[in-house]
Design a protein around this ligand. Structure first.
Ligand SMILES: [Zn+2]
Length: 196
């Protein structure tokens, strides 16, 4: 995330849900990403109780756990403070279907209502706004991406940031054309069988 400009400093956090053991492996709070080793990950249950590890989990653990409670298809959540997606959230401007790669996240990426960072309220707002999509912008804060694996969630985050950047650049020069709904449905279907 740091190498690809998807977060800065200790901002952002990552989790993976091991469904068979009912444990969420999550990054520790206020920890340099480059220094994190496997033993530094914190294991929590869906109530936030620490069941493994020595460190404290990220203060945004609610935001991860709430997703796993409501989305059986999701195994990984990445939260980042990316520049362009966050800029859209300051404008309260959802990411629309301006480039077809947004389809990795859904037809568009909505914005969750503002709430203070680290609160259950923010986590609930994020889950509500995201629905069955794979990403959500957090008002004046950042972006969440989810997926069936860490690699999937990371790809969603990267594409949401890329598309947000395009939308802002295009809009600053004119009025971007949004891809029609029917075509977005086709693209989303195509993505289901994409890759090896
Ligand atoms: Zn954050």
């Amino acid at each position: 995330m740091v190498d690809r400009n998807l977060t800065s400093g200790t901002g952002g956090n990552i989790s993976f849900y091991d469904q068979s053991n009912d444990v969420v492996w999550i990054t520790p709070t206020g920890y340099d990403f480059y220094s994190i080793e496997l033993v530094d990950l914190v294991g929590i249950d869906l109530t936030g109780k620490i069941i493994a590890g020595e460190l404290k989990p990220t203060s945004e653990w609610h935001m991860h756990v709430e997703v796993y409670k409501y989305r059986q298809d999701v195994k990984a959540v990445i939260h980042g403070h990316t520049v362009y997606a966050t800029a859209l959230s300051l404008l309260r401007e959802p990411l629309t279907a301006t480039h077809y790669m947004v389809a990795l996240a859904g037809k568009n990426v909505p914005i969750a209502e503002y709430a203070t960072f680290g609160t259950l309220e923010l986590a609930v707002n994020a889950v509500k706004a995201m629905g069955m999509k794979n990403a959500v912008l957090l008002a004046n804060h950042g972006v969440n991406a989810v997926g069936s694996s860490l690699e999937h969630a990371f790809a969603v985050l990267e594409q949401v940031e890329y598309c947000s950047r395009l939308q802002l650049i295009a809009r600053s020069a004119g009025q971007p054309i949004v891809i029609e709904d029917a075509e977005m449905n086709r693209i989303i279907e195509k993505f289901k069988s994409y890759g090896q």
